[in-house]
Write a new protein. Structure first.
Length: 278
């Protein structure tokens, strides 16, 4: 039996976030999707709702995942406490199961003078108002250290994890944390929408995350291995982010602090070569 997930309160600082060839049907595939777009943070809650709905639908169709094995946690339910309850309520996941994880939320580093890193990356879960003081947001369990998030996911005990991370600076979580804190998982592939130090842009109309929208469009197209599909999508994201940054006049830096780079390039880590077979 999987041991219950629990977190200890710890202090920290945050720089706030900005705004698969087709497989056969498998009884041991699961999709977990978490989306949190608190209205006070500048991205409408509908953005997370759309992203979670479209990405889970595309993954379900591509991998024939039954509805009973698609689990979502969205907006007002996606508090840190809600996340813990969500994981603990999941049906048993076996050691040879495959989990597709999708998260879309605000994310950033814990120091205002440098990019996010594995040591200080923080995920901004739902709260009705801006917690204001970052140390209190962590200590009071409103926001969550990415390392704790990685620990919680690792406790699920699946054999394969494919994590799609739609967050600013998500490369810090994808490149380091999920690979280092999931020792019970034999095969881990992470797909981060942006490198550490980069924004994860919305589309020009502010209705969808840029990376997720292009990923969904690609998954609805001709069937190619996920590794090949992601190479195409990554190039599209980089090409599309330039005009978006220019249209919104996003500056690359601000005086007295660190501002993520608006030009966006997804980053993929797949040391066990999971993606070519998907």
């Amino acid at each position: 039996m999987r041991r219950p997930v629990a977190f200890a309160a710890r202090s920290g600082l945050l720089l706030a976030f900005c705004v698969a060839g087709a497989g056969s049907a498998r009884a041991d595939d699961h999709i977990l999707a978490v989306g949190a777009c608190p209205a006070w943070a500048g991205v409408p809650p509908a953005v997370c709702e759309t992203a979670v709905t479209e990405v889970t639908a595309a993954l379900s169709a591509r991998y024939n995942v039954p509805e009973s094995q698609v689990h979502t946690l969205l907006n007002a339910r996606a508090t840190v406490t809600g996340f813990v309850d969500f994981l603990n309520a999941l049906p048993p996941i076996a050691a040879d199961d495959r989990v597709f994880l999708y998260i879309v939320m605000h994310n950033g580093g814990g120091h205002q003078d440098r990019a996010a890193s594995a040591k200080d990356d923080i995920l901004v879960f739902w709260s009705d108002s801006d917690p204001g003081v970052i140390e209190f947001a962590i200590a009071e369990g409103k926001w969550l250290r990415a390392s704790d998030f990685g620990d919680a996911i690792g406790q699920l005990g699946m054999g394969t994890l494919v994590a799609i991370l739609e967050d600013c600076q998500s490369g810090a979580l994808g490149l380091e944390i999920l690979h280092e804190t999931t020792p019970k998982t034999d095969r881990v592939a992470t797909i981060a929408s942006a490198q550490a130090g980069q924004y994860a842009n919305l589309t020009l109309d502010y209705k969808q995350p840029l990376f997720s929208s292009l990923l969904v469009a690609a998954m609805r197209g001709p069937k190619v291995p996920l590794s090949e599909l992601l190479t195409t999508v990554s190039g599209q994201v980089t090409d599309s982010s330039g005009p978006i940054c220019a249209a919104h006049k996003v500056k690359s830096a601000t005086a007295g602090g660190f501002t993520p780079d608006c030009r966006q390039t997804p980053v993929i880590r797949d040391p066990q070569a999971v993606l070519p077979g998907l």
